[in-house]
Write a protein that binds this ligand. Structure first.
Ligand code: BW8
Length: 314
């Protein structure tokens, strides 16, 4: 019993197989629950659209479109979809549960995570660039347009998985829906990762929009600071970004290995002119060079060091 979308089929998950459902995240247009699957014996994340009451035809269509997109986006560093639940009174997407939460939480909760090894940070940036390079190399390219640290999730081994909660805004009906009209209606976090051209209602953003967002994420990973946290208003961020202002590169610590490379790559990713930004394949090539000098065992030690310190600070 499965739903065929695109190449391989999705499992149809009966609602009664989802045990111990409890709320993980809630937004204007949807909710995400944690659950255990009765047969698979694994933890799953379940996303349903929580519009008023009954499941509308429109709601079902939107969720199935998201499932198709996730199906099309299947890749090693993109959150894996496991199935869809299509009961009369409950329609949802079932996907892998990410036990280590979001990159945003890892970076900005120093009391929980006192230290994030540089080597692990470089691996994370490399994996995000790989995932985005994959999306952009699909035909037609799959543009994310909401890449932010909140949408980067971490599995049990702290490997990154690109996600798109999309709870605060209507699913992208078209890739080129310009947000110039009312960007502050989007989730607050979104504006911080939007390139200057996105604030021009005439202009359409393209693949370089995601590269700009990646530049902001790179700064955030290396500085462990929130971008533009000094700004009082999102409108301030929009105007200053359009005038060329960016988070301060001095916040990238001196002890970052190959600091010059990261400062340069960050500057190029968040360039004011879209055509001056690198492609994700350029980013992957550069980041791979940064990882090459390390032995695999060093990464394993970095992850276990993080786990131990996280354990201690619990
Ligand atoms: C502690 N652990 C957790 O809290 C947790 C929460 C969790 O919640 C969700 C996260 C993401 C999604 N949905 C989603 O990722 N959809 C989607 C759509 C399109 C594309 S393709 C690119 C694009 O077009 O954006 C794509 F890559 C992804 C969701 F439904 C639930 C999942 C796992 N663990």
């Amino acid at each position: 019993e499965s739903v065929t979308t695109g190449t391989c089929d999705l499992q149809l998950v009966p609602y009664q197989k989802l045990l111990d459902l409890h709320l993980l995240a809630h937004g204007g247009f949807g909710s995400v629950f944690h659950a255990r699957h009765a047969d698979w014996l694994t933890h799953v994340a379940v996303k349903c659209l929580s519009l008023d009451g009954a499941i509308s035809v429109r709601e079902r269509k939107i969720l199935l479109r998201e499932a198709e997109m996730m199906q099309r986006a299947r890749f090693s560093h993109i959150i894996p979809i496991l199935g869809v639940c299509e009961d009369p009174e409950f329609v949802a997407i079932v996907m892998e549960y990410m036990p280590n939460g979001s990159l945003d939480a890892l970076l900005h909760q120093p009391w929980n995570v006192p230290y994030v090894p540089w080597l692990l940070r470089i691996r994370m940036l490399h994996e995000i660039a790989l995932a985005m390079n994959y999306l952009h190399s699909l035909t037609p390219p799959l543009l994310h347009h909401d890449l932010k640290s909140h949408n980067v999730l971490l599995d049990g081994d702290f490997h990154t998985k690109i996600a798109d909660f999309g709870l605060a805004k209507w699913r992208k009906q078209s890739q080129f829906s310009s947000v110039g009209s009312n960007p502050t209606a989007l989730g607050a976090g979104t504006v911080l990762y939007m390139p200057p051209e996105a604030f021009d209602s005439e202009k359409r953003t393209d693949a370089t929009h995601d590269v700009y967002s990646f530049g902001i994420i790179m700064w955030e990973v290396l500085s462990r600071k929130r971008p533009f946290e000094e700004a009082m208003e999102l409108l301030q961020v929009m105007f200053s970004v359009r005038l060329g202002s960016r988070p301060p590169l001095e916040a990238v610590p001196a002890e970052v290995p190959n600091r010059e490379f990261f400062v340069d790559l960050t500057n190029r990713c968040w360039a004011q002119e879209p055509q001056d930004r690198p492609t994700f394949s350029n980013c992957v090539t550069g980041l791979e060079k940064m990882l090459r000098p390390y032995q695999p065992i060093e990464l394993i030690c970095a992850v276990s060091e993080l786990m131990q310190k996280q354990e201690l600070s619990r």
